[in-house]
Each structure stands twice: as structure tokens, then as C-alpha cells.
Design a protein around this ligand. Sequence first.
Ligand SMILES: Cc1ncc(COP(=O)(O)O)c(C=O)c1O
Length: 389
Amino acid sequence: MKYKKFDTLAIHAGESTDPHTGAVDTPIYQATTFAYESADEGAERFAHGTGFVYTRWGNPNISALQEKIAALEGGEACLATATGMAAVATTILQLVQSGDHIVASNYLYSATNTLCAKYLPKFGVQTSFVDTSNPKNVERTIQKNTKLVYIETPSNPALQITDIKAITTLSKQAGLLSLIDNTFATPFNQKPIALGLDLVIHSATKFLCGHGDAMGGAVIGKKDLIEQITKGMHRDLGGVISPFNAWLIARGIKTLSVRMERHNRNALEVARFLQRHPKVERVYYPGLPEHPGHEIAKKQMVGFSGVMSFEVKGGYESGKRTVNALKLCTQAVSLGDTRTLVCHSASTTHSTVTPEARRAGGITDGLIRLSVGLEDPQDIIADLDQALG
Ligand SMILES: Cc1ncc(COP(=O)(O)O)c(C=O)c1O
């Protein structure tokens, strides 16, 4: 029987009872290489990819994770990678060649921005960064040699929203591939493939894993595109996820629905509290009606996920003082964990970026990113209240 509902797929997709022991979930295949019975069988595996050969080429735990993520995103296939950045880099490097041009959001995750701005030009690939919250900016930036459009919505860390449907439509009209980083939303809240996007990318390190204990990445889309990336750059560059991490992330995904429901609910409550607080200048959370992208977010998201940013009055020093005073919320980078994580962007993740470049990306001096965890929201609010006080 083929199950279709998200909650059921999160648990059952990709999993199979172990034929040898009856273990109900996929065991961990902590192996680098797989024996074959004869040279002919070896030749068959090499030629047609039937069965496993070497973990850089594939592994039962990686396959199980790929099947699960593809099912949840509604894609034909998925490639799981060692980290989110391995997914971003491997995918883009496979799809572009010297002389190509990319149109990308000017508020991408910092390492994705660095890949496009610093490394791709070494291989003759240029990127134009535009504010994709206005799709017209994308349309007028497309050139004859543009190959793909890359967006991130909601974006990290300032939570800008881009209209996925509008980007899909204009990419298709121009014959371009469209890519999205769906890390913040997760497939529970947002399904870009159903809206026509070609490739969905994740840092699976975040909400998909959900417990802050494994790094991983994923790219999901049509079978032929994923096969091209898998058999091309991925195998040769080698950004392969370990079987154990694949297993941990697959285990985390089984509770994705219940976790995301709670992340959505807690974050909205915390955002409303912060919005009313006299020491807070502004809250960036797409779930608030005052957010400029709220109406579009409402159209394309089921819930608004667990991450927000807020700006404290008093700038840089005040931002640092506030995070230093927190007791329950942990100062750390990353997001999507069970515990609430907090980070003053200007003094940490974006400290090497000039203040002007920071401001262009919406990162003001007092900006604090908050990944609201699964604790009781009243405890999170009480901690924020005492720190702001
Ligand atoms: C939106 C987004 N995309 C990609 C990445 C990169 O993921 P990883 O750290 O798993 O390489 C991150 C990491 O924070 C992220 O927040």
C-alpha cells in the first residue's frame, strides 16, 4: 500500500524491516564497501548502479534517508550530502559552467553567498545578487547567459520572504532552473516543488535532524537532475554523509510533524511577546501581520517555523548585553534544535562582514537571531524578559 499523508511518510518512507533480523527500522550499515559474488556481478553494479559498491557511491542508510526526504518534499528523487553546504556547492557546481550567470537573493545564507561571490568567479561564473522579495528585480537581472535563479525563503537571518510561485513562473518563461534553500521552513511548512520550483536544498543539520547531533544536507527534484548531480560532482567531490548521520537524521525526521507544530506555535507566542516589549525595536517573523512578507508567507507556508530575528534598542553593545544575560536560551550558532538557540549576528556569524554589507543584508547592529526550541514557551519568554530587563 502506498501512503501519501505527510505524517505517515515521515515515519514510514524509506524504512524497511531488516530481512535478516526482523529489526523494524533500518539498521546502521557502518560499512565503506560491499562485497559482490563475482566479477560479473561487480561489473553489473558498476555499470547500472544496482546494489551497493562503495559508500561514496551509496549506502543503505543514505538511500533510506533520501527516500524519506524525497517523499516529504514531493520530489521524484533526493541526494543526501555530508552538510547543507555540500548540497549547495555540489548542486551549483554540477549545473553551471564557465561563462554562466546566476541570479540570487541578496540575503542568502552567508556561506552560500561566499560560494557565489568569491569562489564561482574563479571558474568564470558570475552572480548578480538582487532583492528577490520583488520578483521584478529578478526579471530585469536575467541575462542571455543566465543559467539559474537561487532563492532562500524565509532567509537567514533576517527572515525576508520571496514569492516562490512568482519566481517559478518567471524562471520557466526564461528557460532557467530555479533553486530554493528550504532549510528554515522545512517541507512540513512549505513545499516548493508543488509550486513549480525545480530543486529544493536543505541543511538537514537543522530542523530535519532536529536534535543538534548530526550534520547533513539534501537536494531534491526530478530524477534525471538528481541523478546528474549524484553521478557527477557528488561522487567525485565526495561530500558524502556518513551512514550514522544519515540514520540519525532519518530518525529525527520521524518526529518532524510534531516538532514543527510546536516550533511554529512557540515561535509565534515568543514573537508576539517580543513585539510588545519596550526594549525591542523590531521583530522579524513572517508569522506577524506587520512583516512585509506576511501575506506571501501565508499563501505559501502552512506555519511560519521556529526562527525569528529581533532588534534590541541601543545597537551593537545592547545586542551583546542581551544575549549575555540569557540563562535558558543558549548562545550558539545553528538552529532547528530542541533547545532554544540565540545568536547576536553582528558580533558572531557576520563579524567579518563590513557594517555596510551587513546592513544591505538586513543585519543591523542590534539584531539577535532566535531559534525557538521545544521548551515551554512561558519559560523562554521569562528568560527573554529578564535579559531584556
Ligand atoms: C539557510 C541555510 N542554508 C544552508 C546552511 C548550511 O548548512 P550546513 O551548516 O549544514 O552546511 C545553513 C547553515 O546554517 C543555513 O542556515
